[in-house]
Design a protein around this ligand. Structure first.
Ligand SMILES: *[C@@H]1O[C@H](CO)[C@@H](O)[C@H](O)[C@H]1NC(C)=O
Ligand SMILES: *[C@@H]1O[C@H](CO)[C@@H](O)[C@H](O)[C@H]1NC(C)=O
Length: 357
């Protein structure tokens, strides 16, 4: 990945051009991060990896079989699931989210084994939360292990681009050592396995799910805005499917075949298995600007830090003890945001609510 901070050498230019650069700094940064980063991956067709999960009639495959649209309309949402379970893996897709009024709509891209392990399931989530017209989509990530649903590990963020304009690559990397969430190849969250996490670290084979559904009761400003079906259909587009890792049946993991060990070793060597120094810079850049809730800074909820939390001072200063942004951080970001509807409440003030996937 190209270093998003490379352009800083241009500061040796004249005063005027430096101030122009400073003016457009966030834009330039966003531009370089977004363009430099997405992984070049070998992709599979929909049928090679997935099967419908519900509301078949709302899943539309492209004629070449390499893309699929998930529709939410007044009749149903829809979803698909990987045909196999993966004993660790790398899951990725390019996704284009529905546009215009999408309050109450949730698009989820996540790994889970809740269908097999009802009481002690594991889960890794990327969930996109729709918004009223003219306001940006937000998204959250979460990690559950062995049924740790009473210990949510949510983080919530804005994006540095409009996810309804184009396809962007969203990826989840998961091994016994660490979990990394990526957006266009930019690492946005890393969870390093820590013995003290015990079963909270997801370790049983999971399938990959993609769904679109009506979450009117909570998705937008704590449920203030519902899905409005006069704007149907809501269409989320998926392409460039990637499912890497050892495909197994859920209880087969115990066998740990040679083939599986090889696939796991291959996973550890992939370009996305470790965050490069440039990737760390991009992650810092992202987190200082786009995160707006983190459980690690929510000391009201977790007076004792959960064991994997690493407190980063440059992030910590942004947050109140509720894990939400301080007023100063809010206003600084607000002044950066170009598209605001006057008189509307800022969505980042919305109160946190746990995702009920
Ligand atoms: C979005 O809304 C605008 C204005 O309300 C409309 O012109 C446009 O067709 C809508 N786009 C979609 C994809 O529905
Ligand atoms: C996971 O949960 C099950 C039952 O809830 C328990 O028996 C098991 O010891 C747990 N595993 C770990 C690794 O904590």
């Amino acid at each position: 990945m190209t270093d998003p901070f490379k352009f800083s050498s241009s500061f040796s230019l004249s005063k005027t051009s430096s101030s122009i650069i400073i003016l457009f700094l966030p834009l330039i940064l966003a531009f370089s991060v977004a363009n430099a980063a997405a992984f070049k991956l070998s992709t599979i067709s929909f049928d090679d990896g997935y099967t419908p999960l519900f509301a078949d009639f709302n899943i539309h495959r492209s004629s070449d079989g390499r893309s699929a649209n998930l529709v939410l309309n007044r009749h149903a949402g829809s979803g698909f699931i990987s045909s196999k379970y993966y004993d660790y893996g790398f899951f990725s897709a390019k996704i284009k989210l529905p546009t215009n009024y999408t309050a109450g709509v949730v698009v989820a891209f996540y790994a889970s084994n809740g269908d097999v392990f009802e009481k002690d399931h594991d889960e890794l989530d990327i969930e996109f939360l729709g918004n009223i017209e003219g306001k940006p989509w937000r998204f959250q990530t979460n990690v559950y292990g062995n049924g740790s649903t009473s210990r949510g590990r949510e983080e919530r963020y804005h994006l540095w681009f409009d996810p309804t304009n184009d396809f962007h690559q969203y990826s989840i990397f998961w091994t016994s050592k660490k979990i990394i969430f990526y957006v266009d190849g930019v690492p946005i969250r890393e969870v390093t396995h820590n013995e003290a996490m015990g079963g909270d670290y997801p370790s049983k084979p999971m399938s990959l799910y993609a769904t679109i559904w009506d979450a009117s009761s909570w998705a937008t400003m704590g449920g203030r805005y519902s899905v409005r079906y006069e704007y149907e259909p809501f269409i989320s587009k998926f392409t460039d499917f990637v499912l890497e890792g050892c495909a197994v049946y859920p209880l087969e993991q115990l066998l740990d075949s040679l083939d599986c060990r090889e696939k796991k070793a291959k996973l550890q060597l992939a370009e996305y298995a470790d965050i490069t120094p440039e990737g760390r810079q991009a992650m810092k850049w992202f987190r200082e600007r786009y995160i707006y809730y983190s459980y690690c800074y929510d000391t009201l909820r977790y007076p004792v830090l959960l064991p994997e939390c690493v407190i980063i001072p440059s992030e910590q200063v942004l947050f109140k003890e509720s894990g939400r942004l301080k007023f100063e951080a809010l206003t600084r970001r607000r002044s950066r945001r170009p598209r605001r509807v006057p008189g509307q409440r800022n969505p980042i003030r919305e109160s946190y609510r746990q995702a009920d996937t």
